[in-house]
Design a protein around this ligand. Sequence first.
Ligand code: NI
Length: 426
Amino acid sequence: MRKVIRKKRRRQRKFYQLVFAGIFGALLLALAGVLIFSDSQKNQNASTILSKLASYQQKDGFLSDDLTSKSLSALTDEVKAKKSDLYASDVTKITEKITALKMDLDLQTQVNALFEKPVLTQKGVSQEAIKNDLTQAAVVAIKLSALTEKNKWATGVTSSISDAKSQLTEIASLRTSISTVQATPTQSAIDQLKVEVAKIKNAALAKSLTDQLTTLEDSLALKQKYADKKYIALTFDDGPNGATTPSILKTLKAEGVQGTFFVLGQQAQSYPNIVKQAAADGNEVSSHTWDHKDLTTLTAAQQKQEITSAQNLIEKLTGKHVPFFRPPYGNFNAATKSATNNALIYWGIDTNDWRYSTAAPVVQNALTAAHSGAILLMHDIHPVDVDALPQIIEGLKKQGYSFVTVSQLIEIQNGSITPGHVYYGN
Ligand code: NI
């Protein structure tokens, strides 16, 4: 009986041993399976992310349009979330790639910004802006030169930058040539410069230089026109006056003569239509300040107010910008020049019209002092000037004079108007 029981127990023990072994084996197998499965999953996770990163870099070296800082931060988040499903070595590898792509993207953004800048997109004109762009470009170029993977891209940008740099050098030398020709202009020199300017790729810059040459050409033509002619500029101050200025305008129109009116802002406000008429007849209308204060008794700020308020109103009435004015009493000081960008116009011949009640001495003063290239001073507010003007014009015509505006006179004598300069005529 005992034997039977012992046998039974041994059999039972064996049975349990087998069961345990089976369970243990199964557990081992399951664990191995889980380990194998997780291993292949980790590899797959890494390769999915890495191939996505690789797709951002195109074969030609350019970056894919899909690559944005958003897509990169999304990937960074994904790597963080899946950290336990990735091998540490893959996390390092992926993080390094993302960092590299971030730098490339940043560089591409800088290059794109650079191409939107004046010199590379040929939009702007300021030499200062171009210099700034080139400084930035040089920084980008240094970064680009460190790139080995993006040869084509880097080469393209680098060559654009060096192209821009050589353009800048050419433009600087052209500017020097233009100012040399400005000093002693000849048509052939202007023509030669025009050919050079036409080669400039920056359209706006080319236009501004062409405009300079055209102005130079016009003033050369004007200079040649008056080369062997006597010319004089008639100027009329302190108007407009409702009673006398219309008569002065009538005389000028009848004689086919154009003069220059230095009007007061206050008067122009009272007689806007006379100002408009003067301009419509081809006369030049410029400022004599707002209300004829002696500028030297005012602060720089007050002077600026006197000058600009009148100029703004005149420009509004005539639609023309005249870059000069005449200071009342001919008085000005250093503050006057700092208060305005305008040139200052004086006179060479004073008719002293205000001293007389008859035309004869005014006419005599004008005709005896007359000389070519002079600026003659009259006032369109005195009846005596209304009487004197037809005789002055007749007398000057007899002496062979042509009549020019102050702008034309400066163009003939100086080529262009320099801000702050005081012009007296010949
Ligand atoms: Ni005056």
